[in-house]
Ligand binder design. Structure first.
Ligand SMILES: Nc1ncnc2c1ncn2[C@@H]1O[C@H](COP(=O)(O)OP(=O)(O)OP(=O)(O)O)[C@@H](O)[C@H]1O
Length: 515
C-alpha cells in the first residue's frame, strides 16, 4: 500500500473543511473549487441557491467530489489495516471525510426523525449506517479513529439533512441578500462553528431565543419554520429510534389574531375555572412543545405589556405557570419571535419592554425586502418567478413563468418596488396565471399623488433641490408610506438611524394631513 500522497492529504483536509462549513456561505464553493481543480464545474455565482436546474446531491461538483471522497477513505482504510500510521490531524480529517461520505451515502434516507419514515425503516437505516461507521472508524487494533459516537453522528446528520432541506428548498432567491439570509438561518441553527456545535452546543441551542424582523411578506415565517423544524433530535441506540418526531414540533401563534386572554391561555395553559369558559384543565403550547421543538410567536410587537412580563420570565428562567396555578413548569423548547414593526420605536413609545427585547435578540435575523434583493441582482426576479410558478402550477410552471416574466417586463413600471415583497410576487404570478393581468394594490391614501407630492416632484424636475434635500424628501415620502424606519431603511438602502435623521418633519406632517 503506497504512502498517502500530498494530493491525498490536500483533498482530505478540504473534505474536512467542507464537512463543517456553512453550505450557504461562498466558502463552500471555494472549497469545492479547490478540491476539484480542473474538474470543477462553474454553477452558481452566488453560494448554493436553489435553481430549477439541479437539486442538491445531483450537482456535478457534488457527484465528482463524493466519488473522490469515497475512493480516498477506502484507500486510507486499507492503509490503516496495513499498519500505516496517521498523525492526529490526519486522523481527525479522516473522520471528517468519512462523515462527508456517509452523509451523501444516506442522503435520501436521512430524515428518520420525520413521521413519514416508519420505525422499521429507521432501524434498517441505522443498522446499515452503523455497519458503515464501524467499517471505517472501528478498525481492529486502531482505537481513537472517531471522536463522536455513531448514534450522535447519525442524529447530527439527520439534523443537517433536515436543516439543509428547509433552507435550500424554501428560502428562495439568487441575490446576495437572499444567500446571506440562508447562511444566517444555518448559523442560527448550528452557530458559526459547527465543530463546537457538534461537540457540545447541540444540547444548548434551544435555550437561545431567535428574533426575526423584516418587512411583511419577506419570509419571516418561512425562516422561523426552517429553524424550528431543524433542531437536534437525539438518537437512542438501544431502542434504535429517535427521541421523537419533528413533524408536530413547530407551533406557530399569530399574536395579532388573538385576544390577550386567549394568548395567555394558549401559551401557558390554564386550570379549570381560571376564567369564565375554562371548563377543564388545559396544557398550553409551551407545555406541549417537546425539547426538540419550537414555539413561534408572530407579530411579537403587538403583545400586550402584561403578557410581555410573563414571557420575559419564560426566556429568562425557562419557567412559567398555567393560568390559575402556582406550580412552575419548565419550557424545554426553543422560542422564536417575529415582527415587521420597528421594535426600537415601540420601545421608545413604551409599548415594548426593553428587558424583553434584549432577551429576545440574542440571535437576530433580518429578512431582506424583495426590492433589496432585486437592487442587488435584477436577474434574480426571473429565477424567483420560475420557482414560484413551480410551487403554484407544478407541471405547467415553465410556460406560466415565461408568460409572467414577459408580462412583468412589459407592463410593470421598471422602478416598481414590490411593497408586498415575495408574497406580492407570488400573488402576481397567480393573477397572471388566472387573468393574464396584474393590478398592484394602490389604495393607500399616502401612496397616491397628493398635492404635496406633486409639488416636490415638480421642484425636483426643475432641479431645485440639493442632493441632501432630495434624499431627505425621498426618505420622508417612503417613510410616510412605509410606516417604519426599518421598512424604509430596507427600501431605500440606508441604515435605520440614517433614515431617522433624514426625515423632514414638516413634509411628513403635510403628507400625513394629505395636502
Ligand atoms: N425568501 C422567500 N423565499 C420563498 N418564498 C418566500 C420568501 N419570502 C416570502 N415568501 C413567500 O411569501 C409568502 C409570505 O411569507 P411569510 O408569511 O413567511 O412572510 P412574513 O415575512 O412572515 O410576512 P408577515 O410579516 O406579513 O407575517 C409565503 O407564501 C412565502 O412562501
Amino acid at each position: 500500500m503506497p504512502e498517502l500522497s500530498q494530493n491525498d492529504l490536500r483533498l482530505l483536509s478540504i473534505l474536512s473543511n467542507l464537512t463543517y462549513c456553512n453550505p450557504f456561505e461562498p466558502e463552500r464553493i471555494e472549497f469545492e473549487r479547490a478540491a476539484l481543480r480542473e474538474k470543477f464545474v462553474p454553477e452558481d455565482e452566488i453560494a448554493w441557491s436553489r435553481t430549477t436546474q439541479w437539486l442538491e446531491a445531483d450537482r456535478p461538483n457534488v457527484v465528482s467530489l463524493t466519488e473522490a471522497a469515497n475512493q480516498l477513505v477506502d484507500r486510507i482504510r486499507a492503509a490503516l489495516l496495513d499498519g500505516h500510521e496517521l498523525n492526529d490531524e490526519t486522523a481527525r480529517h479522516y473522520e471528517d471525510a468519512v462523515t462527508y461520505v456517509l452523509y451523501y451515502r444516506y442522503f435520501a434516507s436521512l430524515v428518520g426523525s420525520q413521521e413519514s419514515v416508519s420505525s422499521r425503516q429507521v432501524k434498517k437505516n441505522w443498522n446499515s449506517f452503523r455497519t458503515d461507521f464501524d467499517y471505517y472508524l472501528e478498525l481492529p487494533g486502531r482505537p481513537g479513529l472517531h471522536s463522536q459516537s455513531p448514534g450522535h453522528m447519525f442524529a447530527c446528520l439527520d439534523q443537517v439533512r433536515r436543516a439543509f432541506r428547509h433552507i435550500f428548498h424554501f428560502i428562495l432567491g439568487e441575490s446576495q441578500p437572499a444567500a446571506q439570509l440562508r447562511a444566517e438561518v444555518w448559523q442560527s441553527i448550528f452557530t458559526h462553528n459547527m465543530r463546537r456545535y457538534r461537540r457540545t452546543l447541540f444540547a444548548k441551542m434551544s435555550d437561545v431565543a431567535t428574533l426575526i424582523t423584516g418587512p411583511s411578506g419577506t419570509g419571516k415565517e418561512l425562516v422561523a419554520r426552517a429553524i424550528g423544524l431543524s433542531q437536534y433530535v437525539a438518537f437512542d441506540t438501544d431502542r434504535e429510534t429517535f427521541a421523537g418526531k419533528v413533524d408536530d414540533s413547530f407551533i406557530a401563534l399569530n399574536l395579532s389574531a388573538l385576544s390577550p386572554t386567549l394568548i395567555e391561555s394558549e401559551l401557558f395553559g390554564h386550570r379549570k375555572g381560571a376564567f369564565t369558559g375554562a371548563i377543564s384543565d388545559r396544557a398550553g403550547w409551551l407545555e406541549k412543545c417537546p425539547p426538540w421543538g419550537a414555539v413561534f410567536l408572530d407579530e411579537i410587537g403587538e403583545l400586550d405589556l402584561a403578557i410581555q412580563v410573563k414571557l420575559l420570565r419564560v426566556v429568562q428562567s425557562r419557567a412559567y405557570t398555567r393560568l390559575g396555578e402556582t406550580e412552575e413548569r419548565p419550557f424545554l423548547g426553543k422560542l422564536i419571535t417575529a415582527t415587521n414593526r420597528d421594535l426600537g420605536e415601540e420601545m421608545e413609545a413604551g409599548q415594548f419592554r426593553r428587558d424583553l427585547y434584549y432577551r429576545l435578540c440574542a440571535d437576530h435575523i433580518q429578512t431582506p425586502s424583495l426590492h433589496e434583493q432585486l437592487t442587488d441582482r435584477p436577474q434574480a426576479l426571473s429565477g424567483l418567478i420560475q420557482l414560484l410558478a413551480q410551487r403554484i402550477a407544478g407541471e405547467e410552471a415553465d410556460s406560466i413563468a415565461e408568460e409572467a416574466e414577459q408580462w412583468i417586463n412589459n407592463s410593470m413600471p421598471t422602478n416598481y418596488t414590490w411593497p408586498g415583497n415575495i408574497r406580492e410576487l407570488e400573488q402576481c404570478v397567480r393573477n397572471l396565471m388566472i387573468r393574464n393581468c396584474y393590478q398592484p394594490y394602490q389604495t393607500s391614501k399616502k401612496e397616491e399623488s397628493t398635492p404635496v407630492h406633486l409639488a416636490w416632484l415638480k421642484a425636483a424636475e426643475k432641479r431645485q433641490w440639493t442632493a441632501e434635500e432630495l434624499v431627505s424628501k425621498y426618505v420622508t415620502w417612503v417613510y410616510a408610506a412605509e410606516g417604519t424606519y426599518e421598512g424604509t431603511a430596507n427600501l431605500v438602502g440606508l441604515d435605520r438611524r440614517t433614515v431617522k435623521s433624514k426625515i423632514d418633519e414638516e413634509l411628513l406632517k403635510a403628507i400625513e394631513a394629505g395636502n
